[in-house]
Each structure stands twice: as structure tokens, then as C-alpha cells.
Ligand binder design. Structure first.
Ligand code: HXC
Length: 258
């Protein structure tokens, strides 16, 4: 598949999607978001793929939604065309694990896109922020909701109201990112993590993702009950038999196709 604003590669069982509008620091416009939705949908369906990595460039994961493209929108335009929902939330429908690999700026919609990934590995050059208030708008792709859940109310209010940018170390301290790695190792580390995930039984990885996301939607007892049902169901699967037998037989499990 050829894209205008993405570069897509396959590494073994891992798909790597790079946002590619370098002149605009990967500012996210309609075409790019449409392409991103298409690429995610293709890899989510592809049985050869077990994990997807989303990245940008060394300078920017994405510097936010495309400001020139938005500047003349009216309220009617955004409401009628369902701006954001129409092509920003494809990533939330992806059932396979998605790792965000962030170097440089992840601002506004860029930071929100990173938060839609299942977890983020950041380069030590990464900078996160929600500067929307400085251009006269609230965030629109989930930051007021996902940021407090990710890093707590105090830090979220600080970032959203002051528009200050945090570096990778602070992002890791607050729990916004899972790991920080040297910038020149970012893609290797993200691919290694994704390859490790893709070597696990895919159906179990997908169920873990589903269960963790469920935790944000339901009360604790309901979430635990849901997990218990998945756990019980695991005993009806070949992955459980292969995994446990391989352990006892002191060999590596063969999870391909499971
Ligand atoms: C369109 C952008 C852009 C953006 C940068 N560029 N951010 N174009 N939309 N969000 C363009 C610049 O206009 C410039 O193009 C080129 O990228 C390089 O940017 P510079 O500003 O020259 O680079 P630098 O001085 O290094 O500063 C980098 C920066 C700054 C700190 C990231 O560009 C910046 O503050 N950008 C805006 C960040 C922002 O406000 N993001 C939130 C957007 S609102 P030219 O042609 O001049 O060379 C948002 C709402 C989300 O995301 C709502 C839900 C989707």
C-alpha cells in the first residue's frame, strides 16, 4: 500500500507505521488521519502481524493537529463533519497491541495520539505537552480525559492549563510513558518490544489489551469478574496447553497461529 503521509514497513510479525509530513513536524491533517486509519485497519486484520508500532520522525512524533487546516473552521463545520471522531479514533478500534515510539515533539493532538497507543516508549529527546489553550481551544482528542487517568489530576491540570512542555524524564516519572531510551535506539527498542509481544499468543495479547482498557470503563469488581472469565476461558485454548506443556518440557513454546 502506498501512502502520501505515512511510511509503512513490516519487520517480521511487526508493522511499523511512521507519520511522514516532515516539513510540518508531522502536523496531523485529514489525509494523514485517513491514511492512518486505513493502515491500522489493514494490519489489524493481517494474520501475519502480531503488534503495531506507531512513530514519527527524530524531530517530531507530531506537533499537533494541523493549525492552518483548522484555522477557518466554523462551529457548524466541526459539528456537522464530526471533526476528530470521524477519523481520529480508528486507532482505538485496533484490537492488536499498539506501541507508540515517540521522539521529539508530541504536542496537542500528537500527545493525544500517543496516549491512544497501548503504551509509549520515548526517546530521551521526547517532549510532551497540551498547548491547545495557547491557540484558543480545548483539547479535542481526549487529553482532558486520558491525561488525568494517565498521570493524575494535579499533573494533568498543570499541563493543560499552563501549556508547559515536559521532557521524557518527567513523562516517565509521571507515568505518561513506559520507558525512556536513547534517541538513536528508539526504533530498535520499540521493534524489540513489539517483536517480543508478537511472539506471544496473539489471542491472549488481545484479551489482555481488552481487559486493561475495560478497567477504565467499569467498577473494580466488574473488571475483576471480567478478567476471571477470560482466565477461565484460557483453559479451553491451545495457547494454555502449549504454554504450560512447553514450560514442563523445558522448551520454547510455539504460539504461531494461536
Ligand atoms: C501545522 C505546524 C504545526 C502544527 C509546526 N508546524 N506545528 N504546522 N500545524 N500544529 C510547522 C510550522 O508552521 C513550520 O512550518 C514547521 O512546522 C516547523 O515549525 P517551527 O515552528 O518553525 O519549528 P520550531 O521553532 O522548532 O518549533 C517547534 C514547535 C512549534 C514548538 C513544535 O512548531 C509549535 O509550537 N507548533 C505548534 C504546536 C501546537 O500548538 N500544537 C497543538 C495544535 S492544536 P513553516 O512552513 O513555517 O516552516 C491541536 C488540537 C488537537 O493539536 C485537537 C484534537 C485533534
Amino acid at each position: 500500500m502506498q501512502y502520501e503521509d505515512l511510511i509503512v514497513e513490516v519487520h517480521g510479525r511487526v508493522a511499523l507505521i511512521r507519520l511522514n509530513r516532515p516539513k510540518a513536524l508531522n502536523a496531523l491533517n485529514d489525509r494523514m488521519m485517513n491514511e492512518l486509519g486505513e493502515a491500522f485497519a489493514i494490519f489489524d486484520k493481517d494474520p501475519q502481524i502480531g503488534c503495531i508500532v506507531l512513530t514519527g520522525s527524530e524531530k517530531a512524533f507530531a506537533a499537533g493537529a494541523d493549525i492552518p487546516a483548522m484555522i477557518d473552521y466554523t462551529y457548524q463545520d466541526t459539528y456537522r463533519d464530526d471533526y476528530i471522531t470521524r477519523n481520529w479514533e480508528h486507532i482505538l478500534k485496533v484490537r492488536k497491541p499498539v506501541i507508540g515510539a515517540v521522539a521529539g515533539y508530541a504536542l496537542g493532538g500528537g500527545s493525544e495520539l500517543a496516549m491512544m497507543c497501548d503504551f509509549v516508549i520515548a526517546a530521551d529527546t521526547a517532549k510532551f505537552g497540551q498547548p491547545e489553550i495557547k491557540i484558543g481551544v480545548t483539547p479535542g482528542a481526549g487529553a482532558t480525559q486520558r491525561l488525568p487517568r494517565a498521570i493524575g489530576k494535579a499533573k494533568a491540570m498543570d499541563l493543560l492549563l499552563t501549556a508547559r512542555t515536559i521532557d521524557a524524564a518527567e513523562a516517565e516519572r509521571t507515568g505518561l510513558v513506559a520507558r525512556v531510551v536513547p534517541a538513536d535506539k528508539l526504533i530498535d527498542e520499540a521493534l524489540a518490544a513489539a517483536t517480543a509481544i508478537a511472539s506471544m499468543p496473539l489471542s491472549v495479547a488481545m484479551q489482555i489489551k481488552e481487559a486493561v482498557n475495560h478497567a477504565f470503563e467499569v467498577p473494580l469488581t466488574e473488571g475483576v469478574r471480567y478478567e476471571r472469565r477470560l482466565f477461565h476461558a484460557a483453559f479451553g485454548t491451545p495457547a494454555q496447553r502449549e504454554g504450560m506443556h512447553a514450560f514442563l518440557e523445558k522448551r520454547l513454546p510455539k504460539f504461531e497461529g494461536l
